[in-house]
Ligand binder design. Structure first.
Ligand SMILES: Nc1nc2c(ncn2[C@@H]2O[C@H](COP(=O)(O)OP(=O)(O)O)[C@@H](O)[C@H]2O)c(=O)[nH]1
Ligand SMILES: [Mg+2]
Length: 207
């Protein structure tokens, strides 16, 4: 299994993350177009591209990795390998890599992996994006379910190797609630990235 049929676009924003963190919900908020939300996690095996006719830009929702009930371990690994390869192959065209995490669960999941001596998927993906020069943005989703927002975001920074407090990292760490349509912090960071990349014509897609 590999990813095929990528539209030929020279500017792309990709969404990556574990399954069930809200990637497809966020994709819907960013594009106004509904994909596969609400279905069984793990159904998205191929990238969902959303592009605008006449522009050289697209958002891409990449398949989720990590634990999915009913999906075997070797298949999960294959999905992750494909996601990594996709990002490597297209890194030059990717203006932003959005790592979506579940704000409610992410710290427990990271710590559980570390206690078992494994590298947590989210930490690994964050480092990988940096290595291939796709400056990561971390969309910390489901913040509507988090009470101690600052503490949670500080903990996340700590796990990602970013010195707290999180407010120092507002160009990277974006608390959002995709389901509630509250993605202002993420859109602001995307606008900054597009402007820095001298791609002001793309600002229309994140306003
Ligand atoms: N409470 C809450 N739930 C959310 C939020 N965003 C997504 N969800 C829910 O999380 C589940 C998984 O969302 P989905 O977009 O399919 O995740 P994906 O597997 O990463 O594409 C769905 O039940 C969504 O309704 C959010 O901001 N807050
Ligand atoms: Mg999805």
């Amino acid at each position: 299994m590999s990813f095929e049929n990528r539209p030929d676009r020279d500017a792309e924003v990709v969404l990556v993350g574990r399954s069930n963190v809200g990637k497809s919900t966020l994709m819907r908020e960013l594009t106004g177009h509904s994909f596969d939300t609400g279905r069984k996690p793990g159904v998205t095996r191929q990238p969902n591209h959303y592009d605008w006719a006449g522009t050289d830009f697209m958002f891409t929702d990449l398949p989720g990795f990590g634990f999915m009930s009913g999906v075997e371990a070797d298949h999960r690994e294959q999905i992750k390998t494909n996601v990594v390869r996709y990002i490597e192959e297209n890194a030059e065209n990717i203006l932003a890599g959005i790592l979506v995490v579940d704000g409610k669960a992410v710290i427990d999941i990271i710590d559980r992996h570390e206690q078992r001596g494994n590298i947590p998927h989210d930490v690994e993906m964050f480092q990988f994006l940096q290595e291939v020069d796709v400056d990561p943005i971390v969309a910390v989703n489901k913040m509507d379910k988090v009470d101690d927002e600052d503490e949670r975001l500080d903990d996340l920074c700590d796990r990602l190797g970013l010195y707290p407090p999180w407010q120092q990292w507002q160009e990277i760490i974006c608390p959002i609630s995709a389901k509630r349509g509250n993605i202002d912090s993420l859109e602001a960071v995307l606008r900054d990235r597009f402007h820095e990349a001298k791609r002001d014509e793309l600002l229309q897609f994140v306003s």
